[in-house]
Design a protein around this ligand. Structure first.
Ligand code: ZN
Length: 410
């Protein structure tokens, strides 16, 4: 096994560790330097820095401090990397920590984070997923058992000052259109909980006031939450500062396309084994604006799906013009209503769509006025037959067996 370049002390808070940061800023000092061609292991906390426990209450998800997330490991400097280069990252492997053979999926309360279907599921929920090698199952969501596709939800290089300013300007403009919205339109800088690795004193205060939050994906990659960025894939990141400053975290055991529950996938602490190299002047050579990547040759081999369609007509029956967001929401809601026929509560079905390797597709985006979005639900992950038959569905899930009353529909 390669050397561990960044080691997390899980007995300490993230703020006590200089190898961890929770904002993007060009002044965050490199925690380590490597050479092109090096491979090494990076340990990562779960994205909340240990705020969520393995128990049967969703109170910790309800009360989570979202100004603190995400806790990332890094930044790592690569010798010779300069603005304009592409940093090539081979994700050689991703794994779990011996002491954390479990992960969590949550739905944030509407007042504290929300999620894709927050109007339908406004209350906090949490499911715990136990790991059995490559497989996972949950005592809160019975009847499913599937292979994980471990991947970093968040990975990217530090922005330049110029790029950071651009992010703050454009996101600030959006927030100004409806500053009191719940959930907010975007997350502005928040110095109160900023943790910038080794940066301290006045330099930290100055950077913290403008450092970007880690919530959205941006030009550098960041919080892309792409389930296919799994072990065995190769990513090409734009470099904006000397050394690149590669950071990563938010490891997922598994996730469905869209990460629709927002908290989000099966979130876990773990490690990632990567190799770095450079393509000098690669941004110009390949016209790269956002990262590009090659997927892994290793993927779960789920071939059978039940596919749910959704169109740009909202829950009240109102027609929208080519709105892919509404179409994907309708496809997800259709899948949830279907799964409820087998005894799941709506929240459990929502959790399955967030955690299992479902695929989301934009199937048609030109046929005015409706986008056709589709959700591919793998049928082989269920311990019972979910296909439609002439006899109709047989309820399989008994809600009384679930060790937490809040999972039942009210
Ligand atoms: Zn995540």
């Amino acid at each position: 096994m390669a050397d561990t370049l960044i080691k997390i002390d899980f007995s300490k808070t993230p703020e006590e560790q200089e190898c961890v940061h929770n904002r993007w800023h060009p002044d965050i000092p490199m925690i380590a330097w490597v050479k092109p061609g090096d491979d090494f292991v990076v340990e990562c906390m779960d994205w909340t820095g240990g705020q969520i426990d393995n128990n049967d209450s969703a109170d910790d998800v309800r009360d989570v401090d979202l100004t603190k997330v995400h806790y990332l490991s890094g930044p790592i400097g690569v010798e010779g990397a300069e603005p304009g280069d592409l940093l090539v990252v081979d994700i050689l492997d991703v794994g779990t920590m011996d002491d954390y053979q479990w992960g969590f999926n949550g739905m944030f309360a509407k007042e504290n984070g929300g999620g894709f279907l927050t109007e339908h599921f406004p209350e906090a929920r949490k499911s715990i997923w136990d790991f059995y090698g490559v497989y996972t199952k949950s005592r809160h969501v019975p009847g499913v058992n599937f292979a994980g596709i471990m991947h970093p939800g968040l990975i990217g290089c530090l922005p330049s000052q110029e790029l950071l300013d651009e992010w703050n300007t454009r996101e600030g403009k959006l927030i100004a259109t409806d500053p009191d919205r719940v959930p907010p339109l975007a997350c502005p800088p928040d110095a109160s909980t900023a943790h910038l690795g080794q940066l301290s004193g006045e330099a930290k205060d100055k950077a913290a006031a403008e450092a970007a939050r880690t919530v959205p994906p941006r030009e550098h990659g960041g919080n892309c939450d792409i389930k296919d960025l799994t072990r065995g894939s190769k990513v090409y990141f734009p470099v904006y500062v000397k050394g690149g400053g590669l950071s990563m975290g938010d490891l997922h055991f598994s996730q469905g396309d869209g990460e629709i529950t927002f908290c989000g996938a099966i979130e876990m602490a773990g490690w990632i084994h990567i190799k770095v190299s450079l393509i000098k002047d690669g941004i110009r050579k390949y016209a790269v604006k956002n990262p590009i990547f090659k997927p892994s040759p290793i993927q779960p081999d789920y071939k059978q799906h039940l596919i749910f369609e959704g169109i740009s007509v909202d829950e009240s029956g109102e027609q929208h013009y080519l709105d892919a967001h509404i179409s994907y929401r309708q496809a997800c809601l259709n899948a949830i209503e279907y799964l409820k026929k087998f005894g799941y509560s709506g929240a459990q079905a929502y959790a399955i769509l967030g955690t299992a390797p479902i695929q989301g597709h934009i199937s048609g985006i030109v046929d005015i006025p409706n986008v056709c979005a589709t959700v591919f639900l793998p049928t082989e992950i269920f311990e019972f037959d979910i296909n439609p038959t002439a006899e109709g569905p047989t309820p399989y899930i008994n809600g009384d067996d679930i060790p937490i009353s809040e999972w039942k529909d009210k």
